[in-house]
Design a protein around this ligand. Sequence first.
Ligand code: GRF
Length: 214
Amino acid sequence: MKPRIVILISGRGSNMAALLAASLPLEIAAVISNRPGAAGLALATAQGIAAEVVDHQAHATRETFDQALAEAIDRHQPQLVVLAGFMRILTPAFIRHYQGRLLNIHPSLLPAFPGLHTHRQALQAGVRIHGCTVHFVTEQLDHGPIVAQAAVPVLPDDTEETLAARVLESEHRIYPEALRWWAEGRLTLRDDGRVGVQGAAFPQGALRVPGAAA
Ligand code: GRF
């Protein structure tokens, strides 16, 4: 039987769309948004995937929202929960509940530039290389074990928008790739807190650099 995932979104849903388009060897049981107006919900519905809303504004505290969210997720009994542009800080209890089963994509080369406005942070820091990271979620924000990263160049004329667009293209490549590894049982969360990718001679399989073949 194919492993089952639930995808959490908050908005546009382009990473979710990239996962849907990748024909991955897994079942997407549902897409859940914390915002009723998230554009990604319609995209999911159009592809025949159950789309649900757990509105954070209907909850007085993070704790009750996270409880409601976990209940909605667990009804689908997923083996993995995939955050794809899900813009809520999750409580420690929620994260512990899904320990080792919660994956995120972050638009920077972690541990650089955690948090919001990563492209602005990168431009302000003057880095020449920026990128994105797929990682398991731990209680420390944007900090868990790294599965895959993609590097992109920062060009002299870049604005936040042009840099974001270049990084997003890479997000759409590495997130489906990382999910495929997971679905094929090739990811190991090791005791030392690092992630092994079986069958990919590290770093070739898990590292993309500017100029490398797609
Ligand atoms: C992506 O850049 C993601 O890494 C970040 O928010 C953005 C969401 O975009 N957390 P989308 O909703 O997947 O289009």
